[in-house]
Design a protein around this ligand. Structure first.
Ligand code: FMN
Length: 374
């Protein structure tokens, strides 16, 4: 069996394999942050295609935390009902579902990347005033409002309330989004956090909001549910966050009950990034070397490349983004290319799928070059 197709257990939760769907904004929510049939199809197709974990896109914990007006959210009960339909579908396919909880901070209220405009959506056109650690904007975006202390204190509770709703919506786990220049990353990075109070200053001060948020979320999750955090390991900019800073943050995250760090980079300032195959993998290794499980993501395109990341101990899982858009059944293809006959498609016992005998796990590997299909 390949490592890629082998199960992984974090806390009491077992993933059928180590190929996870990376969170990807679809900019396709109905009004008021509701997931739609689009999300059922997007996420459902990847569950059908064999992914071990299907992660949602950045899902806002409060309305003003959306990146764009078309982002999904999980701040009200209607959203819980809409998500439930999607998590039920994913579960019936034998995959696990995770929600990426997010607050966009100063990068909120922007136009989606296709269509209507660029940069910040003006308030008169349905946008809103974004917030950040300071009044310093992301270059090209509107000036945010500096968060006063009482509003900073509210953030962990907003994530915790969203995590509670995620449980009601049937998600198997939560990922806290602390990457890509969104609110928690804005606090972590010295490039965007120049506060002089207890939420700024040295790395410990800048990490305080993330750690308080992690504590609040961990407190509402059952013991057997993993908690993931996505970080941007480096700002790729002199004076910004470094891999060494992130290794220290990973140590703290582990101490605060995080089970896996999903390691991305960049997004907080415009920077020149040496993009290439597996260019973020060394950061996943740096995090893993501190003793916490890590996920590698970014330009991991082929099954052999992904398998090598795991066999060489650089990460515990791989997250697949754009290649999963080209091929929703990427894991199924990976099994074939790696010559692995592990059943990729499994159904969870007792799932509401009519084709499944209750209490039985079924596995199926469609074969090439066979004359019959039974
Ligand atoms: C359309 C699109 C939307 C994305 N949205 C998110 C997101 O909501 N949250 C996030 O953490 N990363 C997001 N990303 C980044 C991906 O999760 C992933 O890290 C990145 O695409 C690199 O992986 P890849 O080379 O396999 O695509 C997005 C990427 C794409 C292409």
């Amino acid at each position: 069996m390949s490592i890629l197709l082998s199960p992984l257990t974090l806390r009491g939760t077992t993933f059928r394999n180590r190929i996870w769907l990376a969170p990807m904004c679809q900019y396709s929510a109905a009004d008021d942050g509701l997931p739609t049939d689009w999300h059922l199809a997007h996420l459902g197709a990847r569950a059908v295609g064999g992914f071990g974990l299907v992660l949602t896109e950045a899902t806002a914990v409060v309305p003003e935390g959306r990146i764009s007006p078309q982002d999904v959210g999980i701040w009200n009960d209607d959203q819980v009902v809409a998500w439930r339909r999607i998590t039920d579908f994913i579960r019936a396919r034998g995959a696990l579902s995770g929600v990426q909880l997010a607050h966009a901070g100063r990068k909120a209220s922007t136009f989606r990347p296709f269509g209507e405009g660029h940069g910040s959506v003006p308030v008169e056109d349905g946008g809103w005033t974004a917030v950040g650690p300071t009044g310093e904007p992301f270059a090209g975006y509107a000036v945010p409002q500096e968060l006063p202390e009482e509003e900073i204190l509210a953030v962990p509770g907003q994530f915790a309330a969203a995590a509670r709703r995620a449980l009601a919506a049937g998600f198997d786990l939560v990922e806290v989004h602390a990457a890509h220049g969104y609110l928690l990353h804005q606090f972590l990075s010295p490039l965007s956090n120049t506060r002089t109070d207890r939420w700024g200053g040295d790395l410990a001060g800048r990490a305080q909001l993330l750690l308080d948020t992690v504590d609040a979320v961990r407190a509402v999750l059952p013991d057997d549910q993993p908690l993931l955090v996505r970080v941007s390991a480096t700002d790729w900019t002199e004076g910004g966050l470094t891999g060494e800073d992130t290794a220290q943050i990973a140590v703290w995250l582990r101490e605060h009950g995080v089970d896996l760090v999903d390691v991305s980079t960049g997004g907080n300032v415009h920077a020149s990034i040496p993009v290439g195959p597996g260019y973020q993998v060394p950061f996943a290794r740096q995090v893993r070397d501190t003793g916490i499980a890590s996920g590698a993501v970014g330009m991991i395109t082929t099954p052999h490349q992904a398998e090598k990341v795991l066999t060489e101990g650089e990460a515990d899982v791989v997250l697949i983004g754009r290649p999963a858009l080209y091929d929703p059944s990427w894991p199924l293809r990976a099994a074939r290319e790696l010559g692995d006959d592990t059943p990729v498609l499994t159904h969870r016992p007792g799932s509401p799928d009519a084709a499944v005998v209750p209490g039985q796990v079924t596995g199926w590997v469609p074969q090439y070059g066979r004359g019959s299909w039974d």
